[in-house]
Design a protein around this ligand. Structure first.
Ligand code: NI
Length: 139
């Protein structure tokens, strides 16, 4: 990004909020506030673009689950076979005796991938599920 293409604007906010924001900027290792604001704006635009259900995206579904939950592994495998066209890769980690972490890398239309994510994360025994996406077209 060349300096000449940058536009400036000013933002007003309370001291308290700005202090919190500066802490975040430091914590996340941004060089300055502008960089952090740009990232936040990109994220917000990205989130909003999820409404476009036909958009092609790539992303991941992260699942933490209880290995001992009855029928969970079978259900999870069945769902993934049904939607195999959306799944690029699945990696399974046995965290300890009872807990598993599964990372599913996906690609497809937003609505299809989101539906797959909801199906998996809502299964009984899934303790935590996180769906992250990025548009194939750059924002
Ligand atoms: Ni396991």
């Amino acid at each position: 990004m060349s300096e000449s293409s940058l536009k400036r604007f000013s933002v007003s906010m309370e001291d308290k909020l700005l202090n919190k924001f500066d802490e975040l900027v430091t914590l996340k290792g941004y060089e300055n506030r502008s960089e952090a604001v740009r990232d936040l704006i990109r994220e917000a635009i990205l989130e909003q673009s999820y409404d476009d259900n036909e958009q092609m995206i790539a992303g991941s579904i992260l699942l933490f689950y209880d290995h001992h939950q009855r029928n969970l592994l079978e259900e999870m495998t069945e769902i993934q076979h049904e939607k195999h066209g959306l799944i690029l890769a699945t990696t399974h980690f046995h965290l300890d005796h009872g807990n598993c972490l599964e990372l599913i890398v996906v690609q497809g239309r937003v609505k299809d991938v989101r539906e797959l994510s909801y199906k998996l994360t809502s299964l009984k025994g899934v303790n935590y599920g996180k769906f992250t996406v990025a548009p194939v077209e750059k924002v």
